[in-house]
Design a protein around this ligand. Structure first.
Ligand SMILES: [Zn+2]
Length: 132
């Protein structure tokens, strides 16, 4: 009988996952579940992976909150608590540039204590004026 300890650790082959496979799985198992297998073989379906779905949902919610806060303005300053109460998740964003955090087309920063400053567009005049 082989023992688990002697088995080299195997990992899910789907790049969006990479979790360690259960050592009790078949020796030729490559994926931790059917969703990972499907996502690997059909990259267009990658966004159906539960991890990606979950994060996309959070990002979408953040995106909508930022857009609503901005309205048709280029720049607004809101109480930090106010947007957190709406369900804004500070841990998730799409990219950063210097001190600025982005969720797709919306940028924001927390340079003023207790406030969030939100602006639109990576190249907007507002963004440039703040980037000193
Ligand atoms: Zn997996």
């Amino acid at each position: 009988m082989e023992t688990d300890a002697l088995q080299p650790k195997r990992y899910c082959l789907y790049v969006g996952c990479g979790k360690a496979l259960d050592p009790k799985m078949r020796k030729d198992a490559k994926f931790c579940n059917e969703q990972c297998k499907a996502a690997h073989h059909n990259p267009r379906r990658a966004d159906t992976h539960p991890d990606i779905k979950k994060i996309n949902k959070i990002l979408l919610k953040n995106f909508l909150i930022l857009g609503k806060a901005l309205g048709n303005k280029e720049y607004v300053k809101k109480k930090r608590e106010q947007i957190i109460k709406q369900g804004f998740n500070l841990d998730y964003y799409t990219h950063t540039h210097k001190d600025f955090i982005f969720c797709y087309r919306y940028g924001y920063h927390f340079k003023d204590e207790g406030y969030i400053s939100i602006f639109i567009g990576f190249d907007s005049a507002v963004y440039k004026s703040m980037d000193s």
